[in-house]
Design a protein. Sequence first.
Lengths: 553, 423
Amino acid sequence: MIWLYACAAEPESASGTTHTFEGRAWTPTSELDAGLVALDGPRLARRSSIDLRGILPTEAELDEAEASPTAVDSLQQAWLEDPHFEEELVGRLGERWLTEVDEYLIQYLEFPAMEGDTRNEYAWERSVGQEPLRLMARIIATDRDYSLVVTSDYTMADEYIGQTWPVDYPSDGTGWQEVRYTDGRPAAGVLATNGLWWRYYTTFTNYNRGRAAALARLLLCVDYLARPVSFSVVASLDDADVIAEALKTNPYCAGCHSSLDPLASSLFGFWVPQEYSAVEMAAYHPEREPLGSDLMGVESAWFGTPVRGLAELGATVAADPRFSRCAAQSAAELYWGRAATVDDFDRIEALRAGFETQGRSFRSMIGAVVAGPVYRAGGITDAASVDQEAGENTTRLLNLRQYAGILHDLTGFEWTYAGFDQLDNDTYGYRVLGGSVDGDYVTTPLRTPSLSWAEVFRRVAEAASVEVVDRDFTTSGERTLFGDVDLDTPSADPRWRAEAERLRWRLLARRPTSAEVDEDAELFDLVAAADDAPAAWAALLASWLRDPDFVSY
Amino acid sequence: MISRRHLLSLSAAGLLLPRHVRAAPPASSDHKFLIIFCAGGWDPTFVFAPTFGNDRIDVDPGNQPGSVNGIDYVDADERPEVRTFLQTYGDRTCFVNGFEVRSVTHERCRRILMTGGSQAVADDWGAIVGGSSTGLLLPHLVLSGPAYSSAYTNSVVRLGSGGQLGDLVDGRCLSDASDVPLVGLSDPANALVDARVRARAAARLGTAGRGREAKLLDDYLTSLDQTASLASLVGELDLSFTNTSGTDFLLVRDRVKPALTCFERGYARSAIVQHDGVYDTQWDSHSFLAAQNDHFELLFQDLNAIMADMDGRVGTTGARLSDEVTIVVVSEMGRTPQLNATGGKDHWTYTSAMFIGGRTRGGQVVGGYDDDFVGRPADLASGDVSDTGTPLTSAHVGATLLAMADLDPLEFGTTPAIDAVIA
């Protein structure tokens, strides 16, 4: 959709009410909020933990959420400062920025440091795509001014990027660290990252226009490509001079190109004559910055404001009021799990206002989003509008990225093949089949179960369950999931029931009824009779990992 | 009295209908669709749009006029498969020329081509056809290529670029696609777990409140039923891709075989597969335009093989499968009429498509291009170019597909079908 922004300083909602933003407090005053039913404490804690940390809450945290209505508020605040928050942000931002593709124009083997081991392919590809995501996640998680997303003089790199791109990564370094490019590129945050521009590449003849459009969509929430295009208004589509003139003077064309082309002109430090050259694509080319005006016939500008190349572009973007509005909208959409609509204008404007008064703290803004009624909605009342009933994301579906992260935390489960994480790639694995995005053809996570999603989750649950049962019950050492039971503890044993109740609480954030535990025991006994005790425990666990209350949140 | 199953088996054995005799046209609900998406933007001047003696349109030097089975096309010695195809199947083939996609970026053109618009929330033609059908195990198969779904998501079944779904269904994924073989549950144990999960989902649905919960649970139950049905077909339905090329390159004619089998057995109604051409750049020939020769040659080689394959299969009505299936071959854009500075052609908003096989009025070309390679309006009933006709868009192509599926295109958009294409 095209999000229309008003320029008023203090917006008034159509209903005459306003939302307030005081730190993280939220006062629901709108009629639209009256149409929503909040999740109960434990399920809200579960949702919040998944969205903020990518893992389930502990039993103690669930107990806390159950005991006190306001406990989730403090839990959310704590989780915003949890070490897992930054890691989860990387994946969540990736679902919007779409940089984690399986293939770039440049391949890993073009770099000598990557040769000799095919297992480098996946790790290198993910590092490339995650560079801009890691930078944003670091800025957000450490509560820095969000403007740094487009103005920082540093980026993030790991050992794969460190060995292939011109950055000052320590030669003996491992893991993601803040680094600086050494090729003279200006300070411009993500705008200066190879990872962003390798995903959003340009051909020799398109002069960065596609990149400019991507920039506008990601940082301003302005989608040039959503606008209808009429080519019939151009007198001669095969005459380059006629087209160049039309881009400037024909209202249909100039409507986009009058701002798109000057923006594209500012990105010529990343423009290369051969986009398949690793050497060309890895480096910044400051000497090419003036080529934009030469080749495109327009001076670099940000929506009418002249910019002297990339150096000024970032600061100009940060000063654009649409930058903070888009930040607010994207924060809302990331955690609401749906697109914003015109009915959300007041909410998002309140977020934006708070964002500006709190030093552009994106982290605080996330806190406000997850404290709000839209995020916390678990159902619909009779007062709900038709649009709310159809569109409000009251029950969310785990995608494979989330499922894998939760299972890894719970059980340590990993599934790799030829160096690829099978739950995070489509070359050999199951990423889009499991409902995640691939950054190219699939650009939104799956919102409702499908056959392929169900098949993936079935096998992952099965494999993870068998593995953790084997490890917890047969390997000496600290258990990862199971508690005070043994392999041969029968279902009639009170310890068995206590363990079932505990694990259901831990995994589903719901206290089971006696009948539900009886059903668990029945499943356990049937499988034990058909196979053996380890299979029974694994089957029981797999049934919980595929329970609708587990795969939804 | 002979049973339908016996009749079909006799027919399949060639003991009843000689293969050159077509059965009566199948009932519309049995009609299926195979969409072949040529990724990157093909150049219609290589096959679909004869343009000779016009110095405003650069064409391959090997191009020569061709005409067979009522179709005027672009022939070339370098593309014998095109000639063979049209000689064999031209009477079942319709070119649609000169429709506009109204964009020139790959991402947006794909979406507009496949859904008729640029909205982020939309279903593509295959999803609509599959989702509008009932009782199908795998309504719309995504073998590869673009797939957009919203309302019909649970009708869309992705096989995975390497046929991963098949490995998931039969469990080979745990051993064959893992560095350290993973261990699963036994079949009886898995069946018990499946039943338990289904029971829980059904129970939750019974107490679901208003909002998305009920929809999500209902779709979950549908997906569980589908997985159970697929599991029962292990050993009978092979969803894997078998490479017959002798190289690492999986040909489209091999990639579509699971879909053809599903069409044959009534499991699916639509499928999409992506054709990447021969080179890494796919059909996106910004340089080295001559690559289009190789792309089209391979495409028509694949089409020849697919049609022959379908001619030899029996569909759900007892007719030849090729009579029950419409193949729709598309690409997200065309290419500029003139070469650029690097010997290639850039993006062009006007392009062509092909309808082949069942329910297609073959032996004709609908629409056309003017001397600037801009699409010309066409009469939707006759297919003739006409200044008073309708400017064709990709929405018309999609509407035509829907109409062939006996759906009313106007229930899904505002664009009518090109009746001239429909038999």
